[in-house]
Design a protein around this ligand. Structure first.
Ligand code: PMP
Length: 336
């Protein structure tokens, strides 16, 4: 991308994010670790890409018509992406969200003009789960579509056609490994598929938080979860349509404590304020880097996703009281 060239509209600002070498992570891994700066999207997260692709896809299929409404169930970031794309294209937005997500995400959605419906967090099998509530609302609302990010493969196409070729170009075709955690699985599956098209030897690793079932699925074939995580936006218990056929070569499981150590390092030593999924991803990328080095790869180049801005979590990850409540180490500079 030539950023000296002006863009014709705000939607063109989605994607083409910078890639940055992470100094501390590279040192820990013994090879180059790169972070894809998805917080630099206009909605400050990786989900702007999926939002744009799902809305463009619904238009192309003739389902979303001028003045229509986009309805979605989301942990927040997809909702923010949808609301800004919908505003730019003249659609209304209704977002159904579990009420345990960060206040900053809720305030941002309200500020963007989205109608917010909060539901108690429940298991997917429960019909009151945010995904089912949002799907029913879309069925009952005139002129509405349900984005359905978990099983709508327009989501992963955003990464097959966008994120993966960008990573390939940004590393001059030298990328040797990629890893990230999964929410819908759109990013890991799409980037994995897109990179394997370029070079099937690129190692794709799933990085799973505790409480998710994918680590065990890719290791043993059985969906089984262990422990829990406070990370927002990641942690999947089933094989979504986006995850079907994902080319996963290896998998890591990363604790919240380890993820938070990297959130802290990235903030204090590199000046990047990020969310916990980014910290977990960086910890996973270090594991992948070490594995490639141990396997004799020369000068491995490993990339991961810096998913969203930490400014979205000032009341949680960067709040001493909240951290103490969750049993997580409190950053010393936050203590009174
Ligand atoms: N991190 C954050 C903060 C997110 O909101 C999401 C999206 N749910 C992800 C990671 C995971 O992305 P994906 O849905 O593509 O798996």
């Amino acid at each position: 991308m030539n950023i000296t060239k002006p863009f014709g509209d705000t939607l063109a600002l989605i994607g083409n994010t910078p890639l940055v070498r992470l100094q501390g992570a590279s040192k820990a891994a013994g090879c180059d670790i790169w972070g894809k700066c998805e917080f630099a999207n206009p909605g400050s997260s990786v989900k702007d890409r999926a939002a744009l692709y799902m809305i463009r896809d619904a238009e192309a299929r003739g389902e979303l018509k001028p003045g229509g409404t986009v309805i979605e169930g989301t942990a927040g970031n997809t909702g923010i992406g949808i609301a800004l794309v919908a505003n730019a294209l003249g659609y209304k937005t209704i977002i159904v969200m579990p009420d345990n997500q960060s206040k900053e995400k809720m305030d941002t959605l309200r500020a963007l003009g989205a109608q917010l419906v909060l539901v108690p967090p429940t298991k997917y099998a429960d019909q009151n789960h945010f995904q089912h509530v949002s799907r029913r609302m879309a069925e009952e609302t005139d002129g509405a579509i349900w984005a359905g990010q978990f099983d709508n493969v327009a989501n992963r196409r955003a990464h097959i056609e966008g994120t993966a070729p960008e990573l390939w170009e940004q590393t001059n075709g030298k990328i040797s490994g990629f890893t990230c955690a999964a929410g819908t699985g759109g990013t890991i599956a799409g980037v994995g598929m897109g990179l394997k098209e370029k070079n099937p030897d690129i190692r794709i690793a799933l990085t799973d938080p505790h409480g998710a079932a994918l680590y065990s699925y890719f290791a043993t074939g059985e969906l089984k979860s262990e422990g829990s995580s406070v990370a927002e936006g990641i942690g999947q218990g089933r094989i979504t349509a986006n995850l079907e056929g994902a080319p996963i070569d290896t998998q890591f499981r990363i604790s919240d404590e380890t993820g938070m150590e990297w959130v802290k390092q990235l903030l204090r030593e590199e000046g990047l304020c990020l969310g916990l999924s980014s910290g977990i991803n960086v910890a996973g990328a270090i594991e992948l880097g070490k594995q490639l080095v141990a396997d004799g790869h020369e000068n491995p180049q490993v990339a991961t996703i810096l998913c969203d801005t930490g400014f979205r979590y000032l009341s949680t990850l960067y709040n001493a009281k909240w951290l103490a409540e969750k049993g997580l180490p409190v950053f010393d500079w936050l203590e009174e």
